[in-house]
Design a binder for this molecule. Structure first.
Ligand code: AHG
Ligand code: MN
Ligand code: MN
Ligand code: MN
Length: 335
C-alpha cells in the first residue's frame, strides 16, 4: 500500500523535469486524466447502454463517426476547457481547430491535439480502444485566440504526449521528454497508479503489425520487408510473429512492451497512409523515441516533418529501432 504512487503524485514529483517547469502542465495532465476516467466508465458499460454504433455523421476525413468518437471528443474538450490551461484544441473529430474564449483560456500557454477515440471500429466488438494526446506551447501571444501556426508545429516541439488504452486494464502512458511512464487504472481507488516506470522498447523484436489485406497495393519496399519477416531464418528468430489489432494504441502498446514494428504505409485507398500526423503519428513518435525506439515515414523522422494541414496523413513505421531501420533499407532499395 505504501508503495502506491498515483499519477497525480508522480506528476507533482517530476514537475522539475518538465521543460517549462510550472504547475500548469500538471494541471493540464490532470484534466486529461479526468476525461480518461469518464470515457473509461462509459466504455466499460458499452454493451449495456446505447453508446455503441454509428452517430450518423461523418468527420471531415470522411469516416463515419461512432457515438463514442463524439462522446470522447466532447468529454476531453470540456475537461481541457474547464481547467484553464489550454487556449485551444484540434481533434480528429473537429473540422477546424477550436479556440476557447474564456479570458483564462485566452491567457493559457498550451494547445492540445488529440485522437479522442482511437480504434473506433473495435468499440462494438469489445476490443481495446484508446485516446491519443499531444501538447504544445502556443506560438501566438497569450491573451489572444490561438492561431493556425500553434497547431501546425513539427512534432519535435511537443512538450508532452501520451495515450490511454482502454484494454483488459486501462492504462495511461505519457512522456514529457524525460522517459515514458505507464500508470494502470485501479477502478476501486479511482486512480491511475504507477505500474511501468521508465518504459523502454527492445532494440529488436519479433512482432510485425500491419494490415496485410492491403498487401497488393503496398510499395515494393514494404512487400519485400513483409517477405523478409516471413522467411524462415531460425538464427534470426524469423519468421516473425504477425499481430494486428486494428487499434493503433493497442498495437503500439504491445510492441512497446515486447519489441516489434507497426507499419501503416501508403495504400490504394490512402496514398499518404491512413494515420494522421498530428493526432496519431507525432505523439506516438515522441513516445517511441523517449522509449529508445524509432518512428519514420519510411524516409525521414516523423518529428522533423513540418505539417501543412491539420488533418494531414503520413505513412508510419514505428517501433524497435533495428526493425524500423530494416524496413527503411528496403524502401531505399525498392522505392
Ligand atoms: P481512428 O479509430 O481514430 O479513426 O483510428 C483508426 C486507425 C488506427 O487506430 C488503426 O491502427 C488503423 O486505423 C486501422 O486501419 P485499418 O482498419 O485500415 O487497418
Ligand atoms: Mn476515426
Ligand atoms: Mn486513431
Ligand atoms: Mn479516432
Amino acid at each position: 500500500m505504501a508503495n502506491i504512487r498515483t499519477l497525480g503524485e508522480f506528476i507533482v514529483e517530476k514537475q522539475h523535469d518538465f521543460p517549462h517547469a510550472s504547475g500548469e502542465l500538471s494541471s493540464l495532465l490532470g484534466s486529461i486524466k479526468l476525461a480518461a476516467k469518464i470515457v473509461n466508465r462509459e466504455i466499460n458499460k458499452a454493451g449495456l447502454v446505447d453508446i455503441t454504433g454509428a452517430a450518423g455523421d461523418q468527420n471531415i476525413q470522411g469516416e463515419d463517426q461512432q457515438k463514442l468518437d463524439v462522446y470522447a471528443n466532447e468529454k476531453f474538450k470540456a475537461a481541457l476547457e474547464a481547467r484553464d490551461q489550454v487556449c485551444g484544441i484540434a481533434s480528429e473529430e473537429e473540422d477546424n481547430a477550436v479556440g476557447f474564449n474564456k479570458p483564462l483560456n485566452l491567457n493559457a500557454k498550451y494547445v492540445v491535439l488529440m485522437d479522442p477515440l482511437d480504434g473506433s471500429s473495435n468499440i462494438d466488438v469489445n476490443v481495446s480502444v484508446g485516446t491519443i494526446f499531444s501538447i504544445y506551447r502556443r506560438i501566438s501571444p497569450v491573451g489572444s485566440p490561438p492561431t493556425e501556426e500553434d497547431f501546425l508545429q513539427p512534432g519535435s516541439q511537443q512538450v508532452a504526449a501520451g495515450y490511454v488504452i482502454y484494454g483488459s486494464s486501462t492504462m495511461l502512458v505519457y512522456t514529457t521528454g524525460n522517459g515514458v511512464h505507464g500508470f494502470t487504472y485501479d477502478p476501486s481507488l479511482g486512480s491511475f497508479c504507477l505500474s511501468h516506470e521508465n518504459m523502454t522498447i527492445p532494440q529488436d523484436g519479433v512482432i510485425y503489425s500491419i494490415n496485410e489485406g492491403n498487401y497488393i497495393r503496398f510499395p515494393m519496399g514494404v512487400k519485400k520487408y513483409i517477405k523478409f519477416c516471413q522467411e524462415a531464418v531460425p538464427e534470426e528468430k524469423r519468421p516473425y510473429t504477425s499481430r494486428y489489432i486494428g487499434s493503433l494504441v493497442a498495437d503500439f502498446h504491445r510492441n512497446l512492451l515486447k519489441g516489434g514494428i507497426y507499419l501503416y504505409p501508403s495504400t490504394a485507398s490512402y496514398p499518404n497512409g491512413k494515420l494522421r500526423l498530428l493526432y496519431e503519428c507525432n505523439p506516438m513518435a515522441f513516445l517511441i523515441e523517449q522509449a529508445g525506439g524509432k518512428a519514420t515515414d519510411g524516409f525521414q523522422r516523423i518529428l522533423d516533418i513540418s505539417p501543412t494541414e491539420l488533418h494531414q496523413r503520413v505513412p508510419f513505421f514505428v517501433g524497435s529501432t533495428n526493425m524500423v531501420e530494416k524496413v527503411e533499407g528496403f524502401l531505399r532499395e525498392y522505392p
